[in-house]
Design a protein around this ligand. Sequence first.
Ligand code: SF4
Ligand code: SF4
Ligand code: SF4
Length: 190
Amino acid sequence: MFESPTLIDQINALLPQTQCGQCSFQGCRPYAEAIASGAEDINQCPPGGDEGIRDLADLLGIPSKPLNTKFGVHKPASVAFIIEEDCIGCTKCIAACPVDAILGAAKLMHTVIAAECTGCELCIAPCPVDCIVMQPAPPSNTERSRAQKSAQAKRRYDARCLRKEKEEAEKAERAKKKKLALLKMQGAKK
Ligand code: SF4
Ligand code: SF4
Ligand code: SF4
């Protein structure tokens, strides 16, 4: 057992933060928690690859091991690209992107901000017209270190989580106000 919040944070910081779910967890932090508790092995993150496994092994003071390919294979860095003339503006890719790397609005063409895309591929499956393809990442992406990329992805993921929490709270508040107004109207009719 390695359990301690600090260790979870340290493990999480070594994971790529693409939130892709290939490790069989909902995101990087839940996998970090499972590693810290000793429940899961360190070699289940394909985006991190052998380098990531070595970093985890060093942190935990255990031997490194090869990536368990049951969870996928390590691929060269890539980014999503939207074939804009085919995009119907359904916004499903925006809802799927964990790092808010897609710009667009309902019924309008969408586009990927390549510098922010982690290559997680989570936007591909939801697209109803198959107009998202993966392409090699531009040099500006590959020149950044693994630590820089993971820190940037984490910042954007955390910001997105906060934004979604705020949106949910505002939605709940609106629903509450609507209910109160309805009750008031019903009370006035009696
Ligand atoms: S980047 Fe690695 S740790 Fe994070 S969700 Fe994907 S497979 Fe899991
Ligand atoms: S644009 Fe697609 S591939 Fe890129 S980070 Fe967002 S969901 Fe992942
Ligand atoms: S999911 Fe596909 S069609 Fe829908 S907005 Fe995104 S790129 Fe366009």
